[in-house]
Each structure stands twice: as C-alpha cells, then as structure tokens.
Ligand binder design. Structure first.
Ligand SMILES: [Zn+2]
Length: 281
C-alpha cells in the first residue's frame, strides 16, 4: 500500500505534468467500486475543468479544478462551482498514468481523462481498493492532522489520555493522516519507544523525540521518492522509487543496526510491528 511519502512523490510528479492542462472528456469503466462519487458527477465536474494544482492531503491526491469555458480561458473564481476537486485514493494497487493516447490501455483501467494537451491521465487499479471522487464546492478535507505540518503542542495533545498502544495511535488516521505501518515502526525506533507502550504513559520528552522522528522519517522517504517495496509506478508509468533503508521494519530476527540485538516482531491491532527490545523502551 502506498504510504504518505509515495503519495507525495506521485502528487509532485503529477503536478509537474498536468498543472494547467484542461480535462476535455472523461471515460469511466463499468466497475462500481472505484467510483466513490456517482459517475455522472465525476464526469460533469471534470469535463471542461482546468487543473490548477495537484497536491497530497493525507494519502489522497487532490486535483484542484477551475471551470474552463472550453476555449481555454478561466472564468472568475467567485462564480458558483467555479472551484471543485477531483480526489484520488490509490488504495493498495492504484496508479495514475500520464500517457499518450496511442499507448496501450492497461488491464484494470477504470478511468481515462482526455487532456487538452493531447495526453491522457489514466487510473489503473487491479485490486480495486482505490477510490475516485469529486468535491463540487472544493471543500474536501481528509480526516486528521497533516504529520509534516503539525505543531508540537497539537502533536502532544493527540496522545493525552489515550490508552491504546502508541503504534495504534500513530496508525489512527483520525489523529495523524497518512502515517502507515512502515513509517510508524521506523519513527518509534528512532524515538526509542516500544510500539506496545500505552500512548498516555509516554513522558513528554519521549513524545517530543517521536514528534521529530515522525517528520524526519517521512521527509527522508519523500527525499528518496518514497520507499515502495512492490509495484508502485510514478506518474510517467515507470517504476521509480528508491527504498529508505528500514532500520526495523521487515527485519525480524536480524541484528539491530545500533546494538546488534535481534529485531522482534509483534502483532498490534492486526498489523506487524517491528522493534529492538534493547533500543526501545
Ligand atoms: Zn537496538
């Protein structure tokens, strides 16, 4: 599943390629699952809209749209429905491709947006956990707080009185949005906190370390272009991710890079958690 850094990388790649382009027409497949908004609404919102920005919110890719009159000029933004959004969640296997119209249409293509530049933006998703939706008044807001933007006081407040394991709290998208399993494990390792510790029991100085390590791990991964372990494809349709060197994630029974203790794996809330029993308390 693409995590925040992969989604950030994909959104940045798309922003470079499609910002300023106009959606001329939309084809949507027959499968219902990928469409979170009605097909007619998705098509009506996208057609004749100019893509003014592409950005990441949590693990969503948000295309900010402005109505275009079809001649390419944009009406003033204060007119009704002048601003709307196209929102893509990649799910497990979703990907967005920017390609030439003659390039072969991949199996499991669920949406094709024809762009005024002559190219196409395609959504492909074999397992169909990805979701496409539109917000017609441009008011889409993902749940939770953006981990790269959250300030220390708000971060500390998220865990106050919370009796769940810190790992579960980090994965709770209503608290921080977009922190997934890999980056939660890596952040906890760097902060020296065991994943099973109750969030409320962790002293302030350790939470301050966690605050820094969450941001550090996500930023490092974004700088590397995400740390995919499987088949993500960048917005050109090419495989293009480098891997952040995981210090604990996926390293069960291997030696800790700091102290040589065997890395342990436990299951918390159904997810594998990896930690060093010596470095993490
Ligand atoms: Zn260690």
């Amino acid at each position: 599943m693409p995590e925040l850094p992969e989604v950030e990388t994909i959104a940045r790649g798309l922003a470079q390629r499609v910002t300023g382009d106009v959606v001329e027409s939309v084809w949507l497949g027959q499968k219902k699952e990928p469409l979170k908004s009605p097909a007619s609404e998705i098509a009506a919102t996208l057609e004749n809209s100019r893509i003014v920005a592409v950005r990441r919110m949590g693990k969503h890719i948000v295309f900010d749209l402005e109505r275009s009159d079809g001649e390419g000029s944009v009406r003033p933004t204060h007119t009704t429905h002048a601003k709307s959004q196209f929102i893509v969640h990649l799910g497990m296997t979703g990907r967005l491709q920017v390609c030439e119209p003659q390039s072969e249409i991949a199996k499991h293509t669920h949406a094709i947006l024809k762009l005024a530049s002559g190219r196409e933006l395609r959504f492909v998703d074999p397992r169909r956990f990805g979701r496409l939706s539109v917000a017609r008044d441009g008011d889409f807001d993902a749940e939770g707080i953006e981990p790269l933007e959250v300030e220390l006081d708000r971060f500390l407040a998220l865990f106050r009185g919370r009796k769940t394991p810190i790992k579960s709290a980090l994965l709770n998208q209503k608290l921080l949005r977009g922190v997934g399993n890999i980056y939660a494990d890596e952040s906890l390792f760097r902060a020296g906190i065991r994943p099973r510790r109750r969030a409320a029991s962790i002293p302030r100085d350790q939470l301050e370390k966690l605050f820094l390590s969450v941001k550090e791990v996500l930023k490092e991964a974004i700088d590397l272009g995400g740390s995919s372990t499987s088949d993500y494809v960048n917005s050109d349709g090419e495989e293009g991710f480098f891997q952040l060197q995981h210090r604990v994630y996926g390293r069960e029974a291997e030696a800790c890079l700091v102290c040589k203790t065997s890395i342990k794996r436990v299951v918390i809330a159904g997810r594998s958690s990896h930690y060093c029993p010596t470095c993490q308390k």
